[in-house]
Structure formats: C-alpha cells, structure tokens
Write a protein of this length. Sequence first.
Length: 145
Amino acid sequence: MRHFLALPFLTIALSLSVPAAAQELTPESEMIEKLNDPAFQDGMASMMAGFLSAMMELPIGQFAAAANKAIPDNMKKEGGLSAIDPDATIGDLAGGDDPDFEHNMENKMRQGTAMMGIMASEFSALLPQLKEMGERMKRRMEKLD
C-alpha cells in the first residue's frame, strides 16, 4: 500500500520538469520554485495527508466479503479475503496494528513533497540533454526514409 503513494509524486515531478537555467520565469519554473519552498511543501503534505486520512476511513470489509464469494473454494487461501472483518476500513488493512500509522503516513507525505521538488529540479536540469537526444533520434530516423 505504501509503495503506490510514490507514483503520484514521480508523475508530478516528471510533468513539471523544465529548464532551470531559463532567463525568464515561466509558469513551470515558478512551480519548481514552489515545490522547493518548505511552506508550500508543508501545505501540500497536509492536504494530501487529509485526503489519505479520509480514504483510510472507507469501508472495505463488505467489498472483501463479496469478492470472496466469487472465488472458487479450491482457490481460496487461508487468511485471505474471508479473514477480513466485515466492518474493516482501508485504514484497518493498511495500518494494521501500528498506533502511529497516520502520523507516519503524514511524515512520509512531507518527505515525498520534498522529494518532488528535488526531482523536478533535477529533471529540469536534464531537459536540454533530453531535447538534444530527441533531435538526434529524429535526424537519424529521417535518414532511414
């Protein structure tokens, strides 16, 4: 469950990659600046932690029970879907017995937003090389025609 949270960070960081050396401040470079601002990171982390906290309250037990009915008996595993409490929430499954789950989750969100800023900055520095590589590939492909 915790690994899927990294994907949105990577996606946002990649989509915001622009040249850092640009003379004028573009909307993209402004966003990179914001992503590296600790106050912005804190606000973003709080918002995402609130969203995930709400998701953790979603009931999943009845869904698991319904899905379990669709699995043939010879394919059911001990401790599988039938072991999930009918009143369980996503948070019950994700957090297990960790009393600090929500606190730890929020800390991971804060780390993730800082990483997003770093990744956006680093990928923006690579953009000129990536553009040049694309141009070289285009020229080579044109020669094949």
